[in-house]
Write a protein that binds this ligand. Structure first.
Ligand code: URP
Ligand code: ZN
Ligand code: ZN
Length: 460
């Protein structure tokens, strides 16, 4: 492990902004101050004129994802390298058992994918796709082993989704164990009926995906989760919230005292439903759930960040390439759902959030790093810059200019949803526990050093 002295950078955390040097030894931050002397055998990096951010945390990725009859394209190696090039030093992936599979067997599968391959640190949310005595006892074991959050799908009934009885018991267990329940909130029966109606009317293209899952369906799902949270006392977290109506449900629940957190995605902030209406089936590249919405939903989501109603920004990275998307060429319900954005999440958020004045630098760091660390039990080892924190750091050059393209990205996918978008800033140096993994936006580090992070329950 290399030791490192980062000099003269402008340190930005969720609450502080100052210029100082940072000394990293044996993977942690051991000194922060002005004019620190370099001990022997330490690399010195001059960050003058640049920001130094805590490593960013993506709270929602699907690196290994068996879904809709296929698998998402990235591996732990390609995903974490892409993440690092974009400043993300920790990702939280979802372990998703098949409905007849034991949770511990799914953990083994994900471990097999990640161990020795990940170039950044990672942890997992444990999906509950069935609830019975066997699952209950294995979930207890999984939580004691350091995987301290659950995931439920209110959508995808018959594939990954659970019914209300199972949801109720999952949330009771979560309350007892002190773990938070993250949830995909869409009413599955409404979606199934609307899909049937649209297909029967000959509406088979990707542009019909959004009408099959309108905002009312997501708002209903969000309210539903909050009601379950209210009944059981479990803390909950709405993943990939896409629209104003669903946000209103979450905010109303917050007023009632429900412990609900909201995550939105960079896709929902910057892309709208017209992308899924692109001709010649290109729209399929923009099919995800909840869908891209009317553009009028975007400003309320930014407003949500400004006023603390939205806590975190995720990517919901779920890369299915253009060949896989063609599985739904005659029927939009068969298009694998997902849009890749792991690599570009942070820089697009900076460009369209900070540079436009929609959010300040502190809110930016909070939403893309610190809040996730706090909600998911990683703080203060991750998510901030302070003595004793892991030396996960991003030196960011805000003057750099770039254009997003699939030709230059590192993700294992043949398109980029932000193709041609200007981006402000580059990750000039990215470290994981003091190891320099990225220089000038390119991976230069060591594959396989990523660790599975253990977390304690914090949501009693
Ligand atoms: O469309 C999406 N979001 N695909 C990934 C799986 C999920 O629902 O998060
Ligand atoms: Zn989802
Ligand atoms: Zn997801």
């Amino acid at each position: 492990m290399s030791n490192l002295l980062i000099k003269n950078g402008e340190i930005i955390t969720a609450s502080q902004r100052y210029t100082a040097d940072i000394l990293c030894e044996d993977g942690t931050i051991v000194a922060i101050g002005k004019d620190l002397d370099a001990p022997p055998d330490v690399e010195t990096y001059d960050a003058a004129g640049k920001y130094v951010f805590p490593g960013f945390i993506d709270p929602h990725t699907h690196v290994h994802l068996p879904f809709m009859g296929t698998y998402a394209k990235d591996t732990y190696e390609t995903a974490t390298i892409s993440a690092l090039c974009g400043g993300t030093t920790t990702l939280i992936d979802f372990v998703i058992p098949g409905q007849d599979e034991a949770p511990l067997s799914a953990i083994d599968t994900w471990r097999g994918q990640a161990e020795g391959n990940a170039a950044s640190d990672y942890t997992w949310h444990m999906a509950v796709t069935r609830y019975d005595d066997e699952v209950q006892s294995q979930l207890r074991e999984i939580v004691s082993s350091g995987i301290a959050s659950f995931k439920v799908f209110l959508a995808y009934r018959g594939a990954l989704g659970i019914d209300d009885k199972q949801l109720f018991h999952t949330m009771k267990l979560a309350k007892e164990l002190g773990v938070i329940v993250t949830a995909h909130c869409e009413n599955p029966d409404m979606v199934a009926e609307l899909q049937k109606e649209l297909l029967a009317a000959g509406k088979t293209g990707p542009q019909w995906h959004e009408p099959s899952r309108p905002v009312s369906v997501e708002a209903e799902g969000t309210r539903h989760l909050c009601t379950m949270s209210e009944l059981t006392g479990a803390h909950c977290y709405v993943v990939h919230l896409s629209c104003e109506d669903a946000l209103r449900q979450a905010v109303e629940a917050k007023f009632r005292g429900v412990n609900v957190y909201v995550e939105t995605l960079i896709q929902h902030l910057l892309l709208d439903k017209s992308y899924a209406e692109r001709p010649d089936f290109e729209g399929a590249n923009f099919v995800m759930s909840p869908p891209l919405r009317e553009v009028s939903n975007q400003e309320p989501l930014w407003e949500g960040f400004r006023h603390g109603m939205v806590s975190t920004l995720g990517s919901d990275h779920a890369p299915f390439d253009t060949t896989q998307k063609k599985m739904g060429k005659d029927d939009f319900t068969l298009i694998p759902n997902g849009i890749p954005s792991l690599e570009d999440r942070v820089r697009m958020f900076y460009t369209h959030g900070v540079e436009t004045g929609r959010i300040d630098l502190h809110r930016f760091v909070d939403a893309a790093s610190t809040a996730a660390a706090k909600i998911f039990g990683l703080f203060p080892k991750k998510g901030t810059i302070q003595l004793g924190s892991d030396a996960d750091l991003v030196v960011y050059d805000p003057e750099h200019r770039d254009v997003i393209s699939a030709k230059t990205h590192h993700m294992n996918i043949d398109y980029n949803p932000f193709e041609g978008f200007d981006v402000h800033g580059r990750c000039d140096l990215v470290t994981v526990r003091g190891n320099v993994q990225v220089r000038d936006g390119e991976f230069v580090g060591t594959k396989g050093i990523g660790r599975l992070l253990k977390r304690e329950p914090t949501h009693f």
